[in-house]
Design a protein around this ligand. Structure first.
Ligand code: FMN
Length: 211
């Protein structure tokens, strides 16, 4: 998007070679990181992000650390009625392999209509590359986190889900996943009235290395 088209409330992206600030001292960013919580996709409603906001989110998602500048990820957008169409596929896969009932079918049919926008983040790994696979995968995880944070900074709720279908071979076929590709996450984005509650935070192992 050119600078002239950028709406006031959306950031401008730098041109390649442009000199950038080494830090972005910003209390609002710190507060977002300190207080961020996911909202359950089931508690999301319309409206979702506008086309300009989606463009911005996708650009933000790609501004992650990326060893070797490989862009080891790609994005699949689910919007409008295609969300229900994907739900039909999930329900078909589920019912062909499991005993099911109306409640469960309703759940599968509506997996992607829970939120106005779902962005599938696909980790795209080049095997036997100088950059370790692990690092390529981590970069895809960072893209997911940037989407979560970017969406919340725009005023939307967000949640990172994988559920069963991220790992199911038939669902992966329906997504068009190729060799070396895995679902890093589905990022559900929408509006909400919900107020998530602070959760238990397990203690992290934090040590100080002493030689
Ligand atoms: C890779 C990944 C996959 C996840 N998949 C699911 C999922 O399928 N179902 C779920 O309830 N939570 C899932 N979560 C966890 C939620 O996104 C969320 O992080 C968790 O409920 C904690 O809430 P918080 O983000 O507010 O700390 C996943 C998280 C990650 C990082």
């Amino acid at each position: 998007m050119s600078k002239a088209q950028t709406p006031d409330n959306l950031p401008e992206f730098p041109e390649q070679g442009e000199r950038l600030a080494p830090h972005h001292k910003n209390a609002a960013t710190l507060e977002l990181l300190a207080r961020r919580r996911s909202t359950a996709a089931a508690a999301m409603t319309e409206p979702g992000p506008s086309p300009e906001e989606i463009d911005t989110l996708l650009s933000i998602a790609q501004r992650v650390p990326d060893h070797g500048k490989m862009a080891p990820w790609r994005f699949i957008l689910f919007q409008g009625e295609e969300r229900a169409n994907f739900g039909q596929i999930l329900a078909k896969i589920w019912s062909s392999e499991n005993e099911t009932d109306d409640k469960r079918m309703e759940l599968e049919l509506n997996r992607f209509t829970r939120a106005p926008l779902v962005i599938g983040v696909i980790s795209h790994v080049l095997e036997k590359h100088a950059i370790p696979e692990w690092e390529q995968i981590l970069s895809a995880g960072a893209a997911c986190q940037n989407l979560l944070i970017g969406a919340q900074a725009m005023g939307y709720a967000s949640q990172w889900l994988t559920e069963w279908y991220a790992y199911h071979p038939f669902a992966k076929d329906a997504l068009g996943l190729r060799s070396g590709e895995r679902v890093a996450g589905f990022i559900f984005i929408g509006s909400t009235e919900d107020q998530p509650v602070e959760r238990i935070r397990p203690e992290a192992g934090i040590g100080v290395w002493k030689g």
